[in-house]
Write a protein that binds this ligand. Structure first.
Ligand SMILES: NC(=O)c1ccc[n+]([C@@H]2O[C@H](COP(=O)([O-])OP(=O)(O)OC[C@H]3O[C@@H](n4cnc5c(N)ncnc54)[C@H](OP(=O)(O)O)[C@@H]3O)[C@@H](O)[C@H]2O)c1
Length: 334
């Protein structure tokens, strides 16, 4: 049985990665923290390993225990990451420094797997050109517009500098599905009869349903590719109104539509950041978030997924939103 270690296993995408690994007959090791919830990791076949990535030495201690128990991972999906942070430095520490500690420790402990797949983000490259509407491509110069994307890009730069390390990188666009908490806020808002928009310019969004993403990650991981990165979306483009339309239809709701002007969002973000900054914190609506909200082109290239793997998403937004909403209702989130 091949062994796969999935870090960030307790989170939204991580728990689906674990499920997919078990479904495909891998021995699945769930990399979690002491404090992590195991609520979505109930399968008795899962083996838990507690990692602390904050120093290379701490990772080495855990790897030494693995070695002592004769555990060698053929595959590692490094999915642990921060998408929201209270302090600015947390993004860099978790998304970049921890990744470096992890890889350095794997090399030092002589536990380099056959394949190490890093879950980055489209945010590492930032949005596409708003004027041409061209999708973000791997040949483009990365231009992340917020600290999250910058920290993912820094990690990518370290990883791609490694010539003898078997890395792969996936850069998903917005991921949605059961258990997810950010798009859920939008679903909740629509469910309450409100349909908010930010700014008057049309936005083009892209998405990937979580089950398609984890399927793709396993395809890439077990492929013969090394030293390659892919953007991941379902291959379609959605005007922001269409996201709302699909959600309204699935929920059977009528809504009141309103637009918050960009200047107002910017003012709230700037003032909020100054005030919270006095304590070294980042408010939920901050200047980075404003930059993301005002970006209009979130297209990314997906042709390489089809060329390299013949990959086609099984879920478009309509099908994925319906399945996600069914789950939220079943679990009484909605
Ligand atoms: N969701 C998206 O739309 C999206 C899009 C592109 C890329 N991604 C990437 O996908 C990955 C998973 O994201 P997600 O949406 O599933 O987020 P999530 O639900 O917040 O899960 C994040 C996971 O990372 C773990 N983690 C956070 N800080 C850590 C630390 N200091 N040390 C060890 N583990 C830590 C969390 O552990 P705890 O449970 O202990 O907190 C959790 O298991 C991230 O790398 C994210 O950047 C997400």
């Amino acid at each position: 049985m091949k062994k796969v270690l999935i870090t960030g296993a307790s989170g939204f995408i991580g728990s689906f990665l674990v499920e997919e690994g078990l479904k495909q007959g891998f021995q699945v090791y769930a990399g979690i923290r002491k404090s992590s919830s195991r609520a979505y990791l109930q399968d008795p076949g899962i083996v838990f390993i507690e990692f602390d990535f904050s120093t290379r030495e701490k990772v080495l201690e855990t790897l030494a225990q693995c070695k002592a128990e004769n555990i060698r991972f053929q595959y590692i999906v490094h999915n642990a990451g921060l998408t929201k942070a209270q302090k600015k430095e947390d993004f860099y520490n978790v998304n970049c420094r921890n990744t470096i500690h992890f890889i350095e420790a794997l090399i030092q402990a002589d536990m380099v797997p056959e394949k190490f797949i890093f879950v980055s983000s489209l945010a590492a490259f930032g949005p596409g050109n708003p004027d041409t509407g061209e999708p973000v491509r791997h040949t483009h110069e990365p231009k992340p517009i917020e600290l999250y994307g910058k920290s993912k890009l820094e990690a990518e730069r370290y990883i791609t500098s490694l010539k003898d390390f078997p890395w792969l990188i996936v850069r998903p666009t917005g991921v949605y599905g059961p258990k997810e908490k950010d798009y859920f806020v939008f679903f909740q808002t629509i469910n309450r009869g409100m349909e908010p928009y930010i700014g008057f310019r049309k936005q083009t969004l892209t998405f990937i349903y979580v089950r398609d993403l984890v399927r793709l990650i396993f395809i890439a991981m077990t492929s013969s590719f090394i030293h390659k990165a892919w953007f991941v979306s379902d291959g379609k483009e959605y005007p922001s109104e269409q996201f709302a339309e699909i959600t309204k239809r699935a929920l059977g709701k009528k809504t009141i539509r309103f637009t918050v002007p960009l200047f107002l969002v910017k003012t709230i973000a700037t003032v909020g950041e100054r005030v919270a900054g006095l304590w070294g914190n980042i408010p939920t609506l901050n200047k980075d978030k404003y930059n993301v909200l005002k970006s209009t082109n979130w297209r990314c290239e997906v042709e390489p997924l089809e060329q390299d793997f013949g990959f086609k998403a099984e879920y478009d937004l309509e099908k994925g939103v319906q399945e996600a909403l069914d789950w939220y209702k079943k679990e009484k989130w909605l």
